[in-house]
Every structure is written in structure tokens, then in C-alpha cells.
Write a protein that binds this ligand. Structure first.
Ligand code: HEM
Length: 371
């Protein structure tokens, strides 16, 4: 029986815990309806989310015919192009694509970026109230900081950043099929822009990950032109939307809990532990990508059939009382902290170093104490 919950409603965004409690009461593996994906199984415990994410033979991102969950016949070609990224690739394609950007994600490379990230963060914090108080934290800081960082990582010219930022911000208002179609002109404009940047880099050289992609292409083409565009879209979204939610969600929790804000302000070395707890509690990515079930299998006492779809619910895993004591409570000193905010298969382990720097700086924002 399908459990009904509208994961795109304001009611859900305001209080995901209520919907999760309803799902959990129905069992560890339950059927839901998800926008674009349709009927799909989801997990409500951390153990089972881990099991699905780690068993990449039984639960794959693509069907036998290469199809990706959620892609439908009526969707414009551009949507198929951008879906062809490493996040929806099984092996060996995943490793082939991943290895191209690996260097940029290494811890050392990320740490080298730290001074620059701090400078951008400082600049944005300084301008937060430039147009008056109160200021919109999401618009003026939580979105701009990760977008600026990812633009630098990609090597986009400084002058193009406002244009690019406006397109990227416009793409976040996606709640279902109709809104997806409404976004197509924006996506096409961005695609044209990215192709122009790739062309300019091929001709005159450049910096950042775009130059890296072009170098790989020139050295023997382990990557197709469509895959290059898909990679740029992936990095843009994976690298900005996630961090925006983490920053804004964390600041919101600090505003609701001034005693925690004061506690943090007394000693900033507490930020590491606190960020870990914000990741768990806010769960910026609430569901992973849907997977296909490749053979009949029993999971959490439920019989799944070959061809079924399953989408591990990360936020339910993070709030699972079996995984953490008083999981419903925000405890900035929590240790150990068992969460799967980055998924569980290690594919996203490098997200960690990037957002940590951005969020640690955000925690010191003047807005956290004034807004
Ligand atoms: C709060 C910050 C972040 C969170 C919570 C987060 C979360 C995640 C999750 C859950 C996945 C796996 C999704 C799935 O399997 O369906 C993922 C993958 C990925 N993320 Fe992040 N992420 C964050 C920041 C970033 C940043 C800043 C970047 C890049 C600059 C990034 C790049 C990626 C990439 C490239 C993948 C795909 C990895 C692969 O398939 O090998 N993420 N992230």
C-alpha cells in the first residue's frame, strides 16, 4: 500500500519529521509516490539506506537498456544530456568520469582553495546588510557563497559570474513536470554558455575544471562532448544547492536556539562537531538518486521485485532513533554522530571538505546573531 506524503509541499519542508514519523510507522521499507519517479520504494532506517547504497550490484542507477530512473519520453533532449553524468552512472563509466575530476577534489586541492573561499565569504558577509536590515540570508549569502566557489573551481571568468548566478538560481524552483518544462529555456541558455566556454578554452586555453576537461579531451577523449556539459551541470548543482541548504538550515536552527548559538560563539573550535550535527539534522540532500532493483530480493521484510525502483531516504536515516540516541534533538556536541548526509557509498566523500570550509565561515556571520 502506498503511503501518501507530498515531498514538495511547504508543510513537508517545514516539518519533514512529521512525514518521516508517518512513513516509519508504516515500516522500514515503504512505497511512496515521488515527483517524476512515480511509485517507488523508500527506506526509513539508516541500516537499510546503507544496505541499498552499498550494494551496487542489486541496486543500480541504470536499467539493462541504460535508462535512468525518472527520465521520460516527453522530456526534452537537454534533460537527457544533463542526466548523463557520473551521479547516474554505474561502473565502469562512473570511475571513468570520476577520475577526470578526482584531482580537483583531493583534500590538498580543496585546502589550497581555503584562503580564497574565506575571502569570498568575508566579502559576502561584509555586504550582507549593505542594502538594509533585515537581509535575505539565502539570496545574499547562502546561495552566493557556494556559487562563487564553484564558479572559481570551474574557471569561469569573473565578469560572467552574475549572469551565470542568475541562471543557476532560476533552476532551483523545480517541483514537478510542469515546472521542469518551464526551466528548459534557462537550461538551454546555460548549456550554450558552457559550450561557448569549452570552445573558448579549446582555442585559447583557460583555468579550472573546464580547462582540465579540455585537456583530457585533447589527450585522447575519455569523455564525449555531451558528457562534458553534463559534468559541468552536475558540479554546478551538486556543489551549490547542497551547501546553500546546509548554510541556511543551520543558521535557521541557531536562530531558533539562541543558547546553542551563544555556546558556539564562546569557542569556535566547537564548529567541527557542530557542523557534523547540522549535516545530520538539516539533511540538505533528503533523498538520494533512485536505484533500480536488479533481482528479486528481500529488504527489511519486504519482497522487492526485479524492475522495481527504490530511493533511500537520507533524512529518515539521519533521524533514525536506532542510529543515534535522541535523534530528534539537535545536539551540537553529539559524538559519535552517525549520519549519511553524503550518501553512504563513498562516492560523495569529497563533498565533505568543500562545504566544511564554507559552513564554518557561515557560522560566524553577523546575521546568525542579528537577523
Ligand atoms: C552540504 C554539502 C553537500 C552535501 C550534503 C552533499 C551530498 C551529496 C550526496 C548525498 C551525494 C550522493 C547522491 C546519490 O548517491 O544519489 C553527493 C554526490 C556528489 N557530490 Fe555532494 N554534497 C555536498 C557538497 C558538494 C560540493 C560542494 C560538491 C562540489 C564542489 C559536491 C559534488 C558532488 C559530486 C561530484 C557527487 C557525485 C559523486 C560521484 O558520483 O562520484 N558536493 N553529494
Amino acid at each position: 500500500m502506498t503511503v501518501h506524503a507530498d515531498f514538495t509541499s511547504q508543510a513537508y519542508f517545514r516539518n519533514p519529521a512529521a512525514a518521516i514519523a508517518k512513513l516509519r510507522a508504516a515500516g522500514p521499507v515503504v512505497e511512496i509516490r515521488f515527483p517524476l519517479v512515480g511509485e517507488v520504494w523508500t527506506t526509513t532506517t539508516q541500516d537499510l539506506a546503507n544496505q541499498v547504497l552499498r550494494d551496487s550490484r542489486t541496486f543500480t542507477l541504470r536499467k539493462d537498456d541504460g535508462g535512468v530512473v525518472g527520465l521520460q519520453w516527453w522530456m526534452p533532449k537537454i534533460v537527457r544530456t544533463i542526466a548523463g553524468n557520473m551521479l547516474s552512472a554505474d561502473e565502469p563509466d562512473h570511475t571513468r568520469l570520476r577520475s577526470i575530476v578526482d584531482e580537483a577534489f583531493r583534500r590538498r586541492a580543496v585546502l589550497e582553495m581555503e584562503p580564497r573561499i574565506l575571502a569570498i565569504a568575508g566579502e559576502l558577509a561584509g555586504e550582507l546588510f549593505a542594502e538594509g536590515s533585515p537581509a535575505d540570508l539565502v539570496d545574499r549569502y547562502a546561495r552566493r557563497l557556494p556559487l562563487s566557489v564553484i564558479c572559481e573551481l570551474l574557471g569561469l571568468p569573473l565578469a560572467d559570474r552574475p549572469k551565470f548566478t542568475a541562471w543557476a538560481s532560476g533552476l532551483t524552483r523545480f517541483t514537478g513536470p510542469l515546472s521542469l518544462l518551464g526551466l528548459v529555456p534557462n537550461i538551454l541558455a546555460m548549456k550554450r554558455y558552457m559550450e561557448e566556454r569549452l570552445k573558448a578554452t579549446r582555442e585559447t586555453g583557460g583555468e579550472g575544471l573546464i580547462a582540465e576537461l579540455v585537456r583530457v579531451e585533447k589527450e585522447g577523449g575519455r569523455i564525449s562532448r555531451d558528457e562534458m556539459v553534463a559534468m559541468l551541470f552536475l558540479l554546478l548543482f551538486a556543489g551549490h544547492e547542497t551547501t546553500t541548504h546546509l548554510i541556511s538550515g543551520s543558521v535557521r536552527e541557531l536562530l531558533r536556539n539562541p543558547q546553542l548559538r551563544d555556546w558556539l560563539e564562546q569557542d569556535w573550535s566547537r564548529a567541527d562537531l557542530a557542523v557534523e550535527e547540522f549535516l545530520r539534522f538539516v539533511s540538505p540532500v533528503q533523498f538520494t538518486k533512485p536505484r533500480f532493483v536488479r533481482k528479486d530480493v528481500e529488504l527489511g521484510g519486504v519482497r522487492l521485485k526485479k524492475g522495481d525502483k527504490i530511493i533511500p531516504m537520507l533524512v529518515a536515516a539521519n533521524l533514525d532513533p536506532q542510529a543515534n540516541e535522541h535523534a530528534e534533538k539537535l545536539d551540537l556536541e553529539r559524538k559519535p554522530n552517525r549520519h549519511v548526509a553524503f550518501g553512504a557509498c563513498g562516492r560523495s566523500s569529497d563533498c565533505r571538505s568543500r562545504w566544511t570550509i564554507e559552513l564554518k565561515r557561515a557560522a560566524r556571520l553577523p546575521s546568525a546573531s542579528r537577523a
